[in-house]
Design a protein around this ligand. Structure first.
Ligand SMILES: Nc1ncnc2c1ncn2[C@@H]1O[C@H](COP(=O)(O)OP(=O)(O)O)[C@@H](O)[C@H]1O
Ligand SMILES: [Mg+2]
Length: 244
């Protein structure tokens, strides 16, 4: 593999069985993504984008193939190994935010750190830092219901960042947001990519959102990849922003 390949899939196959029928969602997929990249994954509904993201993040397992992330084949890990790997190496952001309603913003962000051996005080410090990064330190005591959708998603991004993972996976993170909140979230993801060198893979339906990325990976129905559209070279930081 090349030195800077963050994600390297080879022959990844994933099928679901439903009522005696087998649906092959990903069919011997090969894919390489560079460290430090910001990729948008686009494609028709049902083409397997969420399935692919979940496999790369170790939330689900493939039937066949290799899923190399930073040189480790996570497809070969057992359940406990995979859970530990996930807690340390990946941050997830979902369309519906997935915050816990009874917890404050601060407590939601601290949650992934309960799986680490950080002290309570360290957990609090890391969570505060992550909330500062998304510009919501002053809302740390608020519950999700007391926040706007855009703020909720920024709390979810802080939660994804709190363990300082190299890789952020976002599944339609702006799907439930108005344009202004979506642009705030996209700007934040761009900053995480440029300033904090996070590798980001973001599923989106929104062509405007995809322009925030530096490359667009197109998925076709039937579990194959289409073209990869490069919007900006990996070293060409700053030019992927959509013209405003
Ligand atoms: N757990 C599951 N069991 C059965 N079928 C599934 C499951 N998850 C997804 N699918 C099917 O796999 C296909 C791809 O789904 P998905 O990865 O969610 O696509 P996308 O995110 O591109 O819309 C769809 O046809 C969907 O119905
Ligand atoms: Mg999906």
């Amino acid at each position: 593999m090349t030195a800077n390949s963050m994600i390297r899939l080879r022959g990844v196959t994933k099928s679901y069985s439903r009522g005696g029928e087998t649906l092959t969602v990903l069919d011997r997929l090969d894919l390489d993504m560079d460290e430090g990249g910001f990729y948008a994954l686009m494609g028709p509904s049902g083409s397997g984008k969420t399935t692919l993201l979940n496999l790369i993040g170790g939330l689900d397992r493939c039937d066949e193939g290799e899923i190399g992330i930073e040189g480790e084949d996570i497809a070969r890990m057992d359940g406990p190994e995979l859970a530990a790997w996930r807690a340390e190496k990946v941050g997830f952001v979902f369309q519906g935010f997935n915050l816990i309603p009874v917890l404050t913003a601060q407590e939601n962000v601290e949650l992934p750190l309960l799986l680490t051996n950080l002290s309570r005080r360290e957990r609090r410090e890391h969570a505060t830092l992550a909330l500062e990064m998304v510009g919501l330190a002053d809302r740390r005591g608020h519950r999700p219901s007391q926040l706007s959708g855009g703020q909720e998603q920024r709390v979810a991004i802080a939660r994804a960042l709190v363990s300082d993972p190299h890789l952020i996976l976002a599944d339609e993170p702006t799907g439930d947001l108005d344009r202004k909140s979506a642009d705030d979230v996209l700007g934040l993801l761009q900053r995480l990519n440029r300033e904090f060198k996070k590798t980001i893979l973001m599923v989106t339906h929104d062509h405007e959102a995809a322009q925030s990325a530096r490359a667009i990976v197109h998925m076709e129905k039937g579990g194959t990849l289409g073209r990869i559209e490069v919007l900006a070279a990996p070293t060409d930081r700053g030019s992927a922003r959509s013209p405003t």
